[in-house]
Write a protein that binds this ligand. Structure first.
Ligand code: GLU
Length: 470
């Protein structure tokens, strides 16, 4: 049997990071078992489902590399098929028309509440003999077994059992003739040949109801895996209150998709001590049966740490496009990709996100307009003025411009003046970047190029001279 999973988002907003984790688990399960991962857009809520929301979900999934193995299915288009199933159940006596008015149902509910009972439909129309007034609206309900229980072995939750007397007769078709959510989900899962349903724990209560439809139709039950939900560091369900929850917000904040996938897979699942996984490793090792039952706590700092690892492990040419985007966001209109590629290795070691990398790269594009006060106070001191001025002079008369030549020039200058390398390098940093934290000075000088470097050094030298003279 080929396994088939599906991710079934409702396109009513954005792709939530929790939804993305569900998609990832479906995808990884399919990959590990040599099966197929499908996508179904649950767009039956016509008012809330918008084309933009669908596009945002597709974009988020594309970004994460979770592209379905078959074209996506749009649930709303299958409504005639859903109704066909309901009518089959009706014909076979497994479903019935319920003519209860809203008032009648409300009354029943009130009665049950006063008796301290859980409000549920009592199935009175199963055997309604009284004739129904012409034109009276009806719904189609499933005949839920009156006794017994629904039980299944959940891959993550373990054995689950719900007594049937806890469930009422589920509505399959509403009075306006539209199929309900459960009918649509079950029918589509069957028609798509889904063998494994991997979804959030919030759907656990839906499962017994959906199983009843499956049984009534005589279909094969899929295997269920209900994943624990994502929680914030405070233990509450992850929501906007905790910061970014949309997947694309993570892209925009400078995270790499491989890092987000790595982090989300590792949340609630472990593989020895290994923290960092490539997508290929996840596809090989991820085992949904090993996912724990407790809530997964989303820790932004850990995600940044994982992202930092992936930034270091990613080839320069793959970092360039997202870094260009980050630079544009920071106002660098048309960063040259070749120039950016040359900068990446100087910044790759320390950045936790590409947004941070872009911040640290800004000086490569824009000369400092001011120098950091503290750095000036610390490094632009009188005894360094002469060596610094000499260095600028020597650099100015250099024949070439590369890291080896630059280093030799620095070495010669410190030898002449008997100063430590740090004493000379720090004012150079200030001159080039405005602050005393930056990649190595030779790297920076080499990338800025001769003319830009000398302009910045000379401007700083003038400032330095004025400062010492004062
Ligand atoms: N459309 C549902 C949701 O967005 C998922 C349904 C399912 O996975 O069965 O939560």
């Amino acid at each position: 049997m080929t396994t088939r999973t599906r991710f079934a988002p409702s396109p009513t907003g954005f792709l939530h990071i929790g939804g993305a984790r569900t998609a990832l688990f479906c995808y990884l399960f399919a990959r590990r078992t040599g099966g197929k991962y499908l996508l179904r857009v649950e767009d039956t809520d016509r008012e809330r489902s918008t084309a933009e929301a669908v596009e945002v979900i597709f974009e988020g999934l594309r970004w994460m590399g979770l592209n379905p193995d078959e074209p996506p299915v749009f649930q709303a288009r299958n409504a005639p098929r859903h109704l066909e199933v309901a009518h089959q159940l009706l014909r076979e006596g497994k479903a019935y028309r319920c003519h209860c008015s809203k008032d009648e149902i409300d009354q029943l509910r009130e009665q049950q509440k006063t008796q301290g009972l859980k409000p549920r439909y009592d199935g009175r129309c199963r055997s309604r003999s009284a004739p129904v007034a012409e034109g009276r609206e009806s719904v189609i309900r499933l005949k839920t077994p009156l006794a017994g229980a629904v039980a299944w072995e959940d891959v993550i939750q373990g054995p689950v059992r719900i007594e049937n007397n806890q469930l009422d007769d589920l509505i399959l078709v509403r009075s306006d003739g539209t199929p309900t959510y459960h009918l649509a989900v079950v029918t589509d899962d069957h028609d798509m040949g889904i063998t494994h349903i991997v979804r959030g724990e919030d759907h656990l209560n839906n499962t017994p109801r959906q199983i009843h439809i499956i049984e009534a139709m005589g279909w094969t039950r899929p295997v269920y895996a209900h994943m624990p939900l994502l929680h914030g560091m405070d233990g509450a369900k992850l929501s906007k209150r905790h910061g970014a929850v949309s997947v694309l917000a993570y892209r925009d904040a400078g995270f790499l998709p491989q890092a987000v996938n790595n982090y989300l897979a590792r949340l609630g699942w472990s593989f020895g001590e290994q923290e960092i996984f490539t997508m290929a490793e996840l596809e090989r090792h991820f085992d949904i049966a090993q996912v724990g039952r407790s809530a997964a706590i989303f820790d932004q700092a850990k995600l940044e740490w994982v992202n930092g690892h992936h930034i270091r492990a990613t080839a320069v040419q793959d970092l360039v496009p997202p870094l260009l985007e980050q630079l544009r966001r920071k106002g660098i209109a048309e960063p040259d990709p070749a120039y950016v590629a040359a900068l990446v290795p100087t910044l790759q070691e320390r950045a936790r996100t590409l947004a941070e990398m872009a911040d640290k790269a800004l000086f490569y594009f824009v000369a400092p307009t001011a120098y950091d006060d503290k750095a000036v106070g610390k490094h632009l001191t009188a005894p360094v003025l002469e060596p610094f001025a000499d260095l600028v002079q020597r650099l100015d008369s250099l024949e070439g411009w590369n890291e080896a030549l630059l280093e030799a020039t620095f070495q010669a200058t410190i030898a002449t003046h008997g100063v430590k390398m740090g004493k000379l390098a720090q004012p150079v940093r200030v001159a080039l970047t405005g602050s005393d934290v930056s990649p190595g000075v030779y790297e920076v000088l080499a990338r800025l190029g001769r003319s830009e470097s000398l302009t910045r050094l000379e401007r700083c030298l003038a400032f330095f001279r004025r400062r010492v003279a004062e």
